[in-house]
Ligand binder design. Structure first.
Ligand SMILES: NC(=O)c1ccc[n+]([C@@H]2O[C@H](COP(=O)([O-])OP(=O)(O)OC[C@H]3O[C@@H](n4cnc5c(N)ncnc54)[C@H](OP(=O)(O)O)[C@@H]3O)[C@@H](O)[C@H]2O)c1
Length: 328
């Protein structure tokens, strides 16, 4: 299967490394970063692109752009791994729409377009007979979408609960383990490279809420928006609160939860017994799906990382190749 990749950051580079190192049957015929692009219908030489990016800071020809790859590229699936713009979802949404209109499948790790324009993208994909898949947008490497779609097929999902943000989970873990203040734990998260210079989205619960929107719309097709989520972050949490919880053999975690029957759609710090399956440590993510037949299923794994996120994108690509591209 021929693929074109938009974005050569952490996820894009992870994808290239995995595709180059494994015999997956994927040929990269187009690639773009923010300042350049490269097209070759016979397959791009991955090691040369990696070297160009390392040495020159650009992956290809500065006269070409991501739009050229989308419009002119010879590919079966577009892999969209550019930065998330949670306000507009652009320019990624536009790239995805154009690819779909050209009859191309789309795989993305970008939360913006899926949280904001899921219904539009889905119906456009249906109209053009292609798939849009976004496993990497929620829970990084955790195959939650595949589990919902396949392993739990036929189940009614009653509720979903999750630790969907590794940065805030790391901060809470360190506050509880070492008695650090929120500010000290945030500083440590920054030093370890787990928190951005501006951690607002992570610590105020917005990133987790965006993922909850994606999960809810996937499961219940309700077209909920970020503004429908009741959000409280961890930035006001004191270590006294954590200490009190620990004295009761409990701890505090930032839980995203959706229980439509009870009208619950929220992200908030919650007190949980230390033995609760959602009490995972450091940057791990965890998702519990409560269903009518299977009961509760909890998936735990790495919520971010170059190779880990590439794993989710590659899972989507190989699924498309096996199910859609072969016309089953
Ligand atoms: N990293 C993770 O662990 C992870 C996990 C789950 C989901 N995600 C999501 O995956 C996406 C990519 O994440 P990342 O960590 O790889 O980001 P990143 O390291 O910031 O890389 C983004 C890449 O996109 C390129 N880019 C920016 N604007 C572009 C445009 N208009 N056209 C083409 N390329 C453009 C950048 O180009 P330059 O190289 O020229 O700057 C860069 O190569 C984001 O939406 C993120 O939220 C990431």
């Amino acid at each position: 299967m021929k693929i074109a990749i938009l974005g050569m950051g952490s996820v894009g580079r992870g994808l290239l490394e995995m595709i180059d190192g494994k015999d997956l049957g994927l040929t990269v015929t187009g690639i773009a970063d923010s300042k350049s692009a490269l097209l070759d219908p016979d397959g791009i030489h991955i090691e040369e692109v990696q070297m160009a990016k390392r040495e020159r800071g650009v992956c290809g020809d500065k006269e070409l752009s991501a739009a050229d790859v989308v419009e002119r590229g010879d590919y079966d699936a577009l892999v969209e791994v550019t930065p998330t713009d949670a306000r507009s979802g652009e320019p990624a949404t536009g790239f995805m729409k154009r690819a779909i209109e050209r009859g191309k499948h789309v795989v993305t790790s970008n939360k913006g377009p899926i949280a904001l324009h899921f219904a539009t993208l889905q119906s456009l994909a249906r109209k053009h007979g292609v798939a849009i898949r976004y496993e990497a947008t929620v829970g990084g490497a955790i195959p939650v979408m595949h589990t919902l779609e396949h392993g739990l097929a036929g189940n009614r999902v009653i509720a979903v609960y999750g630790i969907l943000n590794g940065t805030s989970n790391f901060i809470l873990t360190r506050m509880a383990a070492e008695g650090l203040t929120y500010a000290q734990a945030l500083l440590e998260a920054r030093e370890m490279g787990y928190a951005e210079a501006d951690p607002t989205y992570d610590v105020k619960g917005i990133d987790a809420a965006i993922k909850l929107v994606i999960l809810s719309n996937t499961i219940w097709k309700r077209n909920v928006k970020l503004s429908d989520v009741n959000i409280t972050g961890i930035d006001m949490l004191t270590n006294d609160a954590l200490r009190l919880a620990e004295e009761q053999h409990c701890t505090i975690r930032l839980i995203a939860e959706a229980v439509p029957e009870k009208g619950i759609l929220r992200v908030a710090p919650r007190i949980l017994p230390r033995t609760h399956p959602l009490v995972v440590e450091n940057t791990l993510n965890a998702i519990t799906i409560d269903t009518d037949m299977a009961g509760e299923i909890t998936l735990i794994g790495k919520g971010a990382g170059s190779k880990e996120t590439a794993s989710a994108c590659i899972g989507d690509l190989l699924f498309i190749r096996d199910i859609h591209a072969r016309g089953h």
